[in-house]
Ligand binder design. Structure first.
Ligand code: NI
Length: 131
């Protein structure tokens, strides 16, 4: 749980790698994660989990097979479970994600950028309860 104050903008200072979510807190069965994104990610889906994107800084495009949405700073978007998507950030973008502890950020797709929950928990003070 976040029992102290988390200053989102400062929390991003410690993130040096793109597409590598950092867990900063937990509420019920959801992790709160921050990530810096740049470039194109991979096409993937999350069979059992919706995925919430909140853009803190910059712009993020979420591509779907039949459309795409462009998120600006302050915008919120939810990708429904089971829907293939590919996030693309032309320039550096900062996002907050709120998702079940079971969610894998690359879905079932193997990718060198895939980070385990343990890796995402680094320095958070939380212990892994999910996969
Ligand atoms: Ni996703």
């Amino acid at each position: 749980m976040i029992t102290d104050v988390k200053r989102l903008l400062s929390e991003f200072d410690g993130i040096t790698e793109y597409w590598s979510p950092r867990i900063i807190g937990q509420a019920n069965d959801q992790y709160i994660k921050l990530a810096k994104l740049k470039g194109e990610f991979i096409w993937h889906d999350h069979a059992a989990e919706d995925e919430l994107f909140f853009v803190v800084k910059g712009r993020l495009e979420i591509r779907y097979r039949d459309r795409s949405v462009m998120l600006q700073e302050g915008d919120l978007h939810v990708t429904p479970k089971g829907i293939e998507h590919c996030p693309v950030a032309e320039d550096e973008c900062w996002v907050m994600l709120i998702e079940p502890i079971s969610t894998l950020h690359t879905g079932d797709v193997a990718d060198p950028r895939a980070r385990s929950i343990k890796e995402q928990l680094a320095d958070s003070g939380l212990t892994a309860k999910g996969g």
